[in-house]
Write a protein that binds this ligand. Structure first.
Ligand code: ADP
Length: 442
C-alpha cells in the first residue's frame, strides 16, 4: 500500500469512528431525552482519549522507548507506526555506521604503525590504536590526553596546528624512551580531525648513521694513500722516458680528481653530522665577494666576463668557512658549465622580506627542466661526460644544499637550455646583520 492510500484509510477510519461515537451517543441522548448533554459527554470523552494517546506517545518518545509495531487503525496508530519505522531505520543506520567505524578501527589496530585521531579544533587525542599506546606509553586513558602532553615542547603541537601534511616530522625522540626515534606524518582524516601516523624509525636512523660513518671512515682512510700517490706522481721525473709523460699526466689528473672526491665526501660527512651551526659569526661579505671574484677569474683564465655586484650592503650571520665553500662551488660550476666568451654574474642583494640573496647567474649550457629537482642529490649529474671533462665530482650542489640548510636558507635554481642558469642562495632576515664599516677594507 502506498503512503497516500494508508493515510486516506487512517483518515477514513478516524472520521468513521468519530461519526459512529457521536451518532450512537446522540441516539442514546434522544432516547433518554438528554440529547445535548450526551453529545457534550461524548465530545469530552473523545478529547480525553486524544490527550491520553498524545500523552502516551510523548512519554514513550521522552523515555526513548521503542515504539510498538501496530497495524494502523486510525491516525494515532498510523503516527506511532510511522515513528516506529523511523526509529527502526535510524537504529539500522547507526548499526551500519558502527560496523563501518569498528571495521576502520580494526584495520587501524592491525597497522604496524601507531595511529592517533586528533581533533583539529583542540589538541585533544580522540582515539588511538594499541600500537600508539605501546609506542608512546599512553596507557588505557591515552585518548583523553592532548598532543602537547604526549610530546614535550612546542614543536609537535605547533606542527600539528600548522596542518603540515606535506612534510613529515623526522627523527624525533620518543617520549617514553628518547633512544627510540620517531617519524610523524599528518593526514587530513575529516574536516574536523587529523590522523597522525607515528612510525618507529630507530633502525632506519641507525642504518643511516652507519652509512654516514662508513663514507666518512673510508674517505678518511683514502686520504693518506692518495696524498702519497699524488706526491710521488708530482716528483716523478720523466726526462729519461718522455714516452711515459702522457701516462703520468693522466695519472696526475685522475689522482687529483680522486683527492677532490675524498675531500668533498669528507666535507659532506662533516656537514651531515651537524644538526645546527655550533656558533654564528659575522660573515664579512665584502672580502668574501672579492675572494669569489678572484677564484672565478683564476678558474676562468680570462675565458669569461665576470662581474660581482654587491647591492645588499649588509653582512651575513653564520659560518664563513661553510658559506665560502658553498658560494665558491656555485661560482666554480658557473665557470665550468659556461663556454668561452660567456658571462658570469655574482649578485648579492636584499629580498623584499628583509632577507638577502646571493645569486650566481651564467650564460652557459643551461639545464633541462626535468633535471632541476634532482640536482642537489649526491653524484647527480646532467651530463656525466661534461661533468667529468670539467673535473666535477657530482657532490658540489649537495654540499651547497647542506650548508644552506645549516643556515636555514635555501637554494633556488632556474635554468634554460642554451641560455644559462641562475643559482640563488636565499637567506631569511634572521641571517642578516648590519655591515660593520671596517669590513669593507678587510
Ligand atoms: P659537479 O661536480 O658534477 O659539477 P654538482 O653537484 O656541482 O656536481 O652539479 C651537479 C650537476 O648539475 C652537474 O654535473 C651539472 O650537470 C649541473 N650543473 C651545476 N651547475 C651548473 C651550471 N651552472 N650550468 C649548467 N649545469 C650545471
Amino acid at each position: 500500500m502506498t503512503v497516500g492510500s494508508l493515510l486516506r484509510r487512517a483518515w477514513r477510519q478516524s472520521v468513521g469512528r468519530l461519526l459512529m461515537i457521536t451518532g450512537v451517543s446522540g441516539l442514546l441522548g434522544l432516547l433518554i431525552g438528554q440529547f445535548w448533554p450526551m453529545l457534550a459527554l461524548s465530545a469530552f470523552s473523545i478529547l480525553c482519549w486524544h490527550y491520553w494517546r498524545l500523552n502516551r506517545l510523548l512519554a514513550q518518545l521522552y523515555q526513548r522507548r521503542r515504539l510498538r509495531e501496530i497495524d494502523g487503525r486510525g491516525l494515532w496508530d498510523d503516527l506511532e507506526m510511522l515513528l516506529h519505522r523511523r526509529q527502526s531505520e535510524g537504529r539500522a543506520r547507526v548499526r551500519r555506521l558502527l560496523g563501518i567505524v569498528r571495521g576502520y578501527r580494526h584495520a587501524a589496530s592491525l597497522m604496524p604503525d601507531a595511529v592517533l585521531l586528533l581533533s583539529r579544533d583542540s589538541d585533544r587525542v580522540e582515539w588511538c590504536n594499541r600500537q600508539a599506546r605501546e609506542l608512546l606509553g599512553l596507557g588505557p586513558i591515552g585518548h583523553e590526553r592532548g598532543i602537547s602532553d604526549i610530546f614535550e615542547g612546542p614543536q609537535v603541537a605547533a606542527w600539528v596546528a600548522s596542518g603540515q601534511t606535506e612534510e613529515p616530522l623526522f627523527d624525533l625522540p620518543c617520549p617514553r624512551d628518547p633512544s627510540i626515534r620517531l617519524s610523524l606524518r599528518l593526514l587530513p582524516y575529516s574536516s574536523t580531525q587529523w590522523l597522525l601516523v607515528v612510525r618507529d624509525v630507530t633502525k632506519l636512523m641507525r642504518l643511516e648513521q652507519l652509512r654516514r660513518d662508513f663514507v666518512a671512515n673510508v674517505s678518511h682512510e683514502l686520504r693518506t694513500p692518495l696524498t702519497v700517490v699524488h706526491g710521488y706522481l708530482d716528483i716523478l721525473d720523466t726526462d729519461d722516458y718522455p714516452e711515459l709523460e702522457p701516462m703520468l699526466e693522466e695519472m696526475r689528473k685522475q689522482s687529483a680528481r680522486m683527492s677532490q672526491l675524498v675531500e668533498d665526501l669528507l666535507t659532506l660527512s662533516r656537514l651531515e653530522a651537524q644538526e645546527a651551526l655550533a656558533q654564528r659569526e659575522v660573515v664579512a661579505m665584502t672580502p668574501l665577494l672579492t675572494t669569489l671574484k678572484r677564484e672565478a677569474q683564476a678558474l676562468s683564465a680570462s675565458r669569461h666576463r665576470i662581474t660581482v655586484e654587491d647591492a645588499a650592503d649588509v653582512d651575513l650571520l653564520g659560518s664563513t668557512r661553510e658559506l665560502h665553500s658553498a658560494f665558491s662551488n656555485l661560482v666554480s660550476n658557473a665557470v665550468r658549465y659556461t663556454p668561452t666568451d660567456g658571462s658570469i654574474e655574482v649578485k648579492f642583494e636584499k629580498t623584499p622580506d628583509g632577507g638577502v640573496m646571493l645569486s650566481v647567474i651564467d650564460s652557459g649550457y643551461g639545464i633541462p627542466a626535468q633535471h632541476l629537482p634532482r640536482l642537489t642529490e649526491r653524484f647527480y649529474r646532467v651530463s656525466t661526460s661534461r661533468a667529468r671533462e670539467t673535473g666535477g665530482t657530482g657532490l658540489g650542489l649537495s654540499i651547497v644544499k647542506h650548508v644552506l640548510n645549516l643556515h636555514q636558507a635555501h637554494l633556488e635554481i632556474s635554468s634554460e637550455v642554451g641560455k644559462g642558469s641562475r643559482f640563488a642562495c636565499v637567506f631569511g632576515p634572521d641571517a642578516v646583520t648590519e655591515r660593520a664599516r671596517g669590513s669593507d677594507a678587510a
